[in-house]
Design a protein around this ligand. Structure first.
Ligand SMILES: [Zn+2]
Length: 865
């Protein structure tokens, strides 16, 4: 999956801290596979209107040694389950609602294969398989069924050993209404039309596939054919799909650069594409994007008309690169277990940086790298620091955080600097060839890197991947004009023996500029503090630490205003200019702030401009506000505008407010307009109420701007906004691409209300936990967290029981953070203790029920659309 927050997409997991250090959480290891599933034949009738899948999955099981006779499948809430051996051999089975245990009386011989056919039905599964069906409120909704399994959600519709180390080839025989398009992993063998108005599509995948990458989609889809890509060995057909509410043009805006990306990637990795086709499908309800083998699925947030393409197309391409990179890193070379998930996610994220470097040049590469490192630092500094590789997690889904995506990507970049391009890419290409179709752990990757480089990399991997923390570096510089020497003091501030955060061993350079000429001296660091003396004939114009960005680190280095102001304008590297802006802004001196404001219009690279705006926003001085007003008035680059308005939202200031107002009167692209509304709302009482109100009534492209107008209304904190938001949040009142924003706006405004109104907002959010749209339910969860509402814990617990295990772990964590908030107020705690006693009693009842039944629990109403 991609890094969501870049595309501003909501997702529950980034808002809640997982617990990685709880000693009560057992360490996770991959399972034994003495009996190994090697093939699945998935024969299902997909009844979309009734949100049901029924049929059978026949699993071919092979013994790795003589003796075993038992296998356990994950299968949650299946109905009408039975299991039989297709050769008629005897077997016995037990099903408890979560696990299907299959046993043969005779043990297997080594290498022997048997086939077990599991017949079952699932109705409105809580996760893994989504159904989309029109209803009274949304009669035009696209009819479809589609799967989305990562990390352990396939078990809600597919009997499987739901961990990545278990991989099989696939046959699908999927039956559905004949008017539907039916897609799945692999190639289409044939479609047979039946006499009852249905057809069966036979798809076949000859490569091994773990459960989380098994995918099908069936429904009313439109299709854009994009020809094929020849990878030197074969033609890879490219095609894109969505519901009929979008057009072929929009599909091409979103996915039309796929062939170009594939040309770059196959060359970069010196590997033919691992699969026989590359299809991408974009559907509402999906969060993010998912790299299912040869059938990548996206939410419809990715669909773009031309204007949106102009605005966010660049970031969509980054996700496109990311998902395609998984075809190699993750799909063809599979992580043996989630402890090593960085081998897929860090790699896919790192490939985004590499794509920028090769296609757009080093400015963009540096900017994306800088952005990645900042996103990782924020999580590490504000939430937790964990080793990139760890076995201690409660749910595998928790691992999919910013340590795993940008944190690991920045480390890969450092490894490449350490080894050099030739060795690094040669080793990576060899690694992909060697492990194609196999599972890997971190040591497998390290061994290939060592083999190619001749280096011993144990320490490198220990400090970067097996320990928590990162180099947090403080540098100071003094020039002695008599001795003609410069002294660099380099400190590693992160060192913490108790937490296991080491002093890193680092190889990089010190740099300085004298009379326009750049100089470098290589250094090695391995202690908490070094003083390095360098002979420099005159006082330099600029001084730098790691000027070529060889090592992932956070830098605190202020060599003084004059040097920084020169660096801001003269540094050839984007990161140099960005770092100078942030250091200057920290000082808050007028001369320094004005230097940033003056440098802004001449800055050639849009990404640096974004960072200049962020620096000014943080500076929060009169001069910074004056500068920001100028920028709001003048900036035309659509990529930068969102950041400009995000900065504006941080200030309640008449001049800022008027500048936003002027921009709202003119043309703004969708996402920028959305951000401008939010910034206007943040002006509170001074906000332009009429504009926000009027524009909240108008649906424009995908509801992007309208969502912002609702957020703006919430931001005003005005009493009259509460009733509007309460009534407009209702199911059916608005497009479901807009409603999550209304829920967020409610939570924004709800925090500050007096008791009776606050109560009303809180109750509405609790009701929305049962909404028929998942995006709204998740926003309601986050809203209750934002409102710090411990009274809502029972409602959240009830919600937690309706979702998959992996989401449940997140909900539990959220509830515990609400409890922490509540420590000052004893009464609520007492109430919860009483509820807990009640819950334990109920749990005992449930356990008895579970023990008694073979059939699963009844379906749970219309929780899932
Ligand atoms: Zn990914």
């Amino acid at each position: 999956m991609p890094a969501f927050d870049r595309t501003k997409h909501y997702k529950l997991r980034h808002s809640i801290d997982p617990v990685f250090f709880d000693p009560n959480v057992p360490e996770q290891y991959p399972p034994d596979i003495e009996l190994e599933p090697v093939h699945r034949d998935i024969e299902l009738y997909i009844d979309i209107e009734n949100e049901t899948a029924s049929g059978s999955v026949t699993v071919t099981v092979r013994a790795r040694r003589h003796g075993p006779n038992e296998i356990v499948f994950d299968a949650v809430d299946f109905l009408d389950v039975s299991a039989s051996d297709t050769n008629g051999s005897e077997l016995s089975w037990r099903y408890d609602g979560e696990k299907l245990n299959v046993q043969w009386p005779n043990p297997f011989e080594k290498g022997e294969e048997r086939r077990v056919k599991i017949t079952y039905r699932v109705v409105k599964p809580v996760d893994g398989l989504y159904f989309s069906v029109p209803d009274d409120e949304y009669p035009d909704r696209t009819l479809y069924a589609a799967t989305d399994n990562e990390t352990e959600r396939a078990r809600h519709w597919l009997p499987c050993v739901d961990l990545p180390t278990v991989r099989t080839t696939l046959d699908f025989h999927l039956r559905a209404n004949e008017r539907f398009t039916i897609l799945a992993n692999g190639i289409l063998v044939e479609e047979n039309v039946h006499h009852d108005g249905t057809k069966t599509a036979h798809w076949k995948l000859e490569q091994l596939c773990p459960s989380y990458l098994v995918c099908f989609a069936a429904g009313d889809f439109i299709q854009a054919d994009d020809g094929s890509f020849n990878d030197g060995e074969k033609e890879i057909p490219l095609a894109y799909f969505s519901g009929p509410e979008y057009s072929v043009e929009e599909l091409m805006n979103t996915f039309g650069r796929t062939g170009k990306i594939m040309a770059w990637m196959t060359k970069k990795l010196d590997s033919p594409f691992p699969y026989p086709k590359y299809y991408q499908i974009s559907l509402p309800k999906f969060g993010g994007a998912m790299e299912n083998i040869s059938l990548v699925s996206w939410g419809d947030w990715a669909m773009m008309d031309e204007t949106l393409n102009e605005e966010i197309g660049f970031w969509i391409d980054q996700v496109n690169v990311h998902e395609m990179a998984h075809s190699y890193f993750g799909d063809a070379v599979v992580v043996r277990d989630f402890a090593h998930a960085w081998l897929k996610e860090s790699w896919a994220t790192y490939m985004e940086q590499c794509y920028c470097e090769d296609i757009f040049g080093s400015d963009l590469e540096q900017f994306v790298y800088f952005d990645d490192s900042q996103r990782y630092f924020r999580e590490a500094d504000e939430k937790y620091m964990r080793p990139i590789v760890t076995r201690r997690f409660k749910s595998s889904w928790q691992m999919y955080d910013r340590h795993l995506y940008p944190g690991g990507a920045c480390r890969l970049r450092t490894l490449r600097s350490e080894l050099g391009d030739e060795v690094f890419w040669g080793a990576v290409q060899d690694y992909l060839k060697r492990y194609n179709g196999k599972v890997v752990e971190t040591d497998d990757f390290r061994h290939v890197m060592e083999e190619h480089s001749g280096r011993s990399l144990g320490k490198f991997f220990d400090q970067w991947f097996h320990s928590p923390g990162y180099p947090d570096i403080k540098v100071s510089f003094k020039y002695d004009s008599k001795q003609k020497k410069g002294a660099f003091t380099v400190e590693q501030k992160q060192v913490d023996k108790e937490k296991g955060i080491p002093a890193f061993e680092l190889s990089t350079d010190l740099g300085w500029t004298l009379n326009g000429e750049e100089h470098r001296v290589p250094i090695k660091i391995n202690e908490a503090k070094h003083v390095i003396i360098v002979t420099i004939p005159e006082e330099p114009d600029q001084v730098r630490f790691d000027p070529d960005h060889k090592i992932h680190h956070k830098l605190d280095f202020n060599p003084g205003g004059p040097m920084l102001r020169r660096q801001l304008i003269e540094a050839k590297d984007v990161i140099g200019r960005i770092l100078a802006a942030h250091e200057l802004a920290k000082s808050a001196k007028r001369a320094n702030i004005e230097a940033i404001v003056n440098a802004y219009p001449d800055e050639a690279f849009w990404g640096a401009k974004e960072e200049f705006v962020r620096a000014l926003t943080k500076a929060n001085t009169a001069a910074a506000i004056e500068g920001l007003v100028k920028i709001i008035d003048q900036e035309e680059e659509s990529k930068v505008l969102v950041t400009v308005f995000e900065g504006a939202a941080e200030f309640r200031d008449r001049r800022i407010r008027d500048a936003i107002g002027r921009r709202l009167e003119g043309d703004l692209p969708y996402v920028a307009r959305r951000s401008a509304y939010v910034a206007m709302g943040a002006q509170r009482r001074d906000a332009d109420w009429d504009t926000l109100f009027e524009d909240s009534r108008e649906f424009t492209y995908k509801g992007i701007a309208q969502a912002g107008a609702f957020r703006g209304l919430g931001g005003t904190r005005r009493e009259e906004a509460v009733d509007i938001l309460l009534s407009q949040s209702r199911y059916g009142a608005h497009d479901n691409r807009v409603r999550p924003a209304i829920v967020t706006a409610l939570a924004d405004i709800g925090q500050g209300l007096e008791k009776a109104k606050r109560e009303q907002v809180k109750e509405t959010l609790e009701d929305l936990l049962r909404d028929r749209w998942e995006g709204v339910r998740f926003q309601a969860v986050l809203g209750l967290l934002k409102m710090k509402s411990p009274e809502s814990i029972p409602a959240l617990e009830a919600f937690g029981r309706t979702v998959s295990k992996q989401t449940q772990v997140m909900i539990e964590r959220l509830i515990s953070s609400l409890r922490d908030e509540d420590k000052v107020d004893g009464s609520s705690i007492k109430k919860q203790v009483e509820e807990l006693v009640e819950k334990v009693r109920k749990l005992e009842d449930q356990l008895q029920t579970v023990a008694a039944k073979v059939e699963p629990a009844e379906e749970d109403g219309d929780q899932q659309e």
